[in-house]
Design a protein around this ligand. Sequence first.
Ligand code: HQG
Length: 183
Amino acid sequence: MKEKDRLKRKSKFLSLVLRHKPEVIGISMDEQGWVDVSELLEKLDANGRSMSMEELEEVVAKNDKKRFAFNEDHSRIRASQGHSLDLELGYSPSEPPNELYHGTATRFIDSIRKSGLEKRNRHHVHLSANLNTAKDVGGRHGKPVILIVKAKEMQEAGFKFFVSENAVWLTDNVPVDYIVFPE
Ligand code: HQG
């Protein structure tokens, strides 16, 4: 297997464990999503998914979206965002730029026009300050379309925004009034 594919496979499995289903390897996670690194390595091993500390460091460092973060002394690790588990990540509210972008697929537009942006299976609605990122995110679901979110206006109306450690903007939901749809 190519080096890049090997890392991607490991990263995908880590996403499963750290964002969605820690129970697949029976690991305990605290309420902010952190797990103990030595327990993680042990349990990966026990479940036929062995990884050395060097490999784990490599996955964290080379991951294309910097999805995972260590604590200061690298004794604990967590996913920076993207969870479906009900956690309290502990990010403080931040002041968003005037506009943020949400990439979605054309087939969702009618539904979004009715109910706004919902978090669906995830913990938050994910927004980006960067158009290209939004386009890529939308392309995962079909023909991409970019929605503009009037983030500053939302915040002024009392909605909270958070930025994850890897620069993804997070909010609870986006009502239709704050979305600019393409013509
Ligand atoms: C859509 C990736 C119908 C929403 C990316 C999206 C991101 C609605 C889909 C992160 C809707 C949910 C998240 C409504 C929202 N009606 N469809 N009312 N409201 N939707 O994957 O934002 O690679 O849960 O537009 O980089 O695509 O995992 O969210 O299309 O940051 O690290 O429902 O996932 O990061 O899909 O992606 P997702 P997303 P990772």
